[in-house]
Design a protein around this ligand. Structure first.
Ligand SMILES: [Mn+2]
Length: 264
């Protein structure tokens, strides 16, 4: 009955399989919490999706920016790149991409919140749940294509709320792309460096701003931050697709880490 949170897989199927061996993952009773970015930039994105679909009852996976990118190809807004193309050539593409489309942006229990990039610190849990739901409802609706078209043509970095696409676009950016925020709560989407190297005093890592949610946040997305923990957060993107490590965090009293070196 163990729960393991696993970092950004990004098509690194072989590393993922090795990690499941290492943690002795048992599909009759264990659950995986995945921080998203299941696909893209790694060579076996199709294999990752097919495997997860085959064990979908054991999987809680939140959407990451690369998963959204795959959905943009599904809705024919962006051409699939060479990493995503095998998915679109596969006979099961509809089934696995419809599964991906239905993944949430946020998952939580009493102690932890799971999301790809983090939780906007100015939102309490109720607001974060509502904002995630708004995006999920749009992505599952017939407006999904129109929304993703809007999302990719408008870089919304502050919480404008004039219309539902603007609201949802900002929220989607926070859940899937956030790293640094400006002091007035705007997203900075350019700076990707490790916070230790940041000299711009106007940019603050989102998790250094006091959060209105009490649970510990488990997230990925920030490969330059790497494996990171403090009293409030766990970042488990240890850059497997960049030749580094894939990380699992066993969610129990001991919070034990397991890592596999990239198998490429
Ligand atoms: Mn990401």
């Amino acid at each position: 009955m163990a729960i393991y949170a696993i970092g950004d897989i990004q098509g690194c199927y072989d590393s993922f399989m090795k990690l499941l061996e290492k943690i002795e993952f048992d599909k009759t009773k264990d659950t995986l919490w995945l921080v998203g970015d299941l696909v893209n930039r790694g060579d076996k994105s199709l294999e990752v999706l097919k495997f997860l679909y085959s064990i979908k009852k054991n999987v809680i996976s939140v959407l990451g920016n690369h998963d959204i990118r795959a959905l943009a190809s599904y809705f024919e807004i962006k051409k699939p790149n060479r990493y995503l193309l095998p998915i679109f050539k596969d006979i099961q593409k509809e089934k696995i991409l419809e599964w991906l489309r239905e993944r949430p942006l946020l998952y939580f229990n009493e102690n932890f919140i799971l999301s790809h990039a983090g939780i906007y610190p100015f939102w309490d849990l109720k607001e974060a749940i509502n904002r995630a739901k708004e995006i999920e409802n749009i992505l599952r609706s017939e407006n999904a294509k129109e929304f993703l078209n809007f999302y990719y043509s408008n870089e919304i970095i502050e919480d404008k709320k004039e219309n539902s696409f603007q609201r949802a676009s900002f929220a989607l950016k926070t859940f899937t792309m956030m790293r640094f925020l400006t002091k007035d709560g705007k997203l900075d989407l350019k700076c990707k460096i490790n916070p230790k190297e940041n000299k711009n005093q106007n940019l603050i890592p989102w998790f250094k701003i006091e959060s209105k949610t009490k649970q510990k946040k488990i997230f990925g997305h920030w490969a330059a931050l790497g494996l990171y923990k403090d009293d409030n957060v766990f970042c488990i993107d240890s850059g497997c697709v960049w030749g580094n490590y894939l990380t699992a965090l066993k969610i129990d009293e001991n919070l034990q880490f397991f890592q596999i070196k990239c198998q490429k």
